[in-house]
Design a protein around this ligand. Structure first.
Ligand SMILES: [Zn+2]
Length: 68
């Protein structure tokens, strides 16, 4: 599954580790303020194995978080 992102917005995203060698394998993680950058190359990186997780869902935050 691929999730489409609009650029320069914050999303609440969920992602799952797909690396069988990783102890996070098949665990799901929530990223509360996932920034979409340019709308492409949006990745959630596993802190254990360093690989890109599969992004399962992405919900546009409304309102967008205040960035100070
Ligand atoms: Zn991992």
């Amino acid at each position: 599954m691929s999730v489409a992102f609009l650029p320069a917005l914050y999303y609440e995203a969920t992602a799952r580790d797909g690396n069988p060698d990783c102890r996070n394998y098949e665990q799901e993680f929530t990223v509360n303020a996932f920034y979409s950058n340019a709308g492409t190359n949006c990745y959630v990186t596993c802190g254990i194995c360093g690989q890109h997780m599969e992004i399962l869902t992405a919900l546009l935050l409304d309102p967008q978080p205040e960035v100070s």
